[in-house]
Design a protein around this ligand. Sequence first.
Ligand code: FES
Length: 571
Amino acid sequence: MEPEKLRSASWFGRKDKDGFIYRAWMKNQGAPPDMFDGRPVIGICNTWSELTPCNGHFRELAEAVKKGVLEAGGFPVEFPVMSLGETLIKPTAMLYRNLVSMDVEESIRANPVDGVVLLCGCDKTTPSLVMGACSVNIPTLVISGGPMLKGHWKGKDIGTSDIWRFDAAHKLGQITTEEFMESEACMARTQGHCAVMGTASTMAVMVEALGLSLPNNASIPAADARRKVFSQLSGRRIVEMVKEDLTMSKILTRKAFENAIMVNAAIGGSTNFVIHLLAIAGRIGVDLNIEDFDKYSQGIPLLANIQPSGDNYMEDLYYSGGLPAVIKEMKSIIHNDAITVNGKMMGDNCAAAEVYDRNIISTMQEPFKPESGILVVKGNLAPDGAVLKPSAATPALLKHSGKAVVFENIEDYHARIDDPALDIDATSIMVLKNVGPKGYPGMAEVGNMTLPKKLLEQGVTDMVRISDGRMSGTGFGTTVLHVSPEAAVGGPLALVKNGDIISLDAHERTLQLEVSEEELAVRKAAWKQTETMQTRGYVHLYQTHVEQAHLGADMDFLKGGSGSKVSRDSH
Ligand code: FES
């Protein structure tokens, strides 16, 4: 691309009063005159925050990106956007994913950047940044922060998935409160995001499988010096991408999305992947629907033996060959000709990869688990679909009928779950309402409800659980999630009563509430919305416009994009 055609030229290329203003205030930061000679200006969109501990090292990564941009003849400019730390933000980081996407979109479009590097890490920081950038559609490259090194406690490797086990053990008195708290520091011992295939790692895999990052983005540990090298090389590459005008829409084709779904199956990615990929597709204008996740997951076994579906950690994946080695195993089924940010095709990027440990990365012929991916179930309880992750479920429960034990909302669950009088046994199906996009609001990660203490004491480890909420990517269990439409808008989930029989048949992809049509019509007529709808502020905007889970839970007015043109061109 010619320098005068760059977006930044309409700021820095001007010789008038406005050009004076644009350049002068940048020079107060020490920018030499030749930074305004028509070279590509590269925005570095940073989600660094001490309130997002997973992204706490991003200032260092940004410096590495800047080095690369300068080496390649670009002008790097770093800017912050709202950062979503999964662990601290209440009521749930997902409530703000769409808000951040607006921040990112407007920040990119409004400023003199020709290309952008997105620094993503903790769960929602990836989809929010990618969604926002898609709506602008300039050359964009993603760098993930990398996983933490695995934790060690009492002679064992530990990671985020152990939180659920430690919680159950603590509840049962098998470990003391002191031990429980001691394990915290042993688990989160280095910079980076969760060390298992939770949502953050799944998102890092997703961007690599989509072709939005250089190879090996997903698994280089945050603490490994090669993460900085990776960032520097990415900084060099984005400058070239601007010259080639390699925009997001040229990479994010339908083939790229199908690749991402197939790779997500092979690595046992989080169910949150569904909701975020749908939202990204909606922004870039690729026609993707919830059935595609089941369709393109079909027949793909679990190749990566990583928690929570397996036993190991993200660093182990890196040492065993990384994501390129997994994708190479899939070369007979993926779209090898999908273009990626380095200008090469996916198949070429992975051709030289080798597997160094077959216990971590298996073959398609002898997989770690035969069934993986995302199942989409439908029926009168979820007319628009619900999702289930078979690799994290108990096989025997994938076909199960049981009596519903209903919790009207998360407070009701907390109040009654450990009541000794609660009428529940291991064959029951736990139902949680009003944790969906509008109802919670923000679709909380509470779908893998901890089992009642009295059943844990009996040795019960899993039960069928159904909700309109989400599950942490680090969680596991036979959990039917994202039931759509949600209870708060009067979906059939709202009509379930204690004692109703529910039948799940994941093999047949069905989820049925065994109650007559007539009775459901009576219940529907009597249904009243119980959850509060906010009347002001962002939450009001969100509740008014958020779409249902099967559409990606984006806000209706944010779908698609507005391009990179600014509406007015003068002060
Ligand atoms: Fe940030 Fe898990 S809490 S990735």
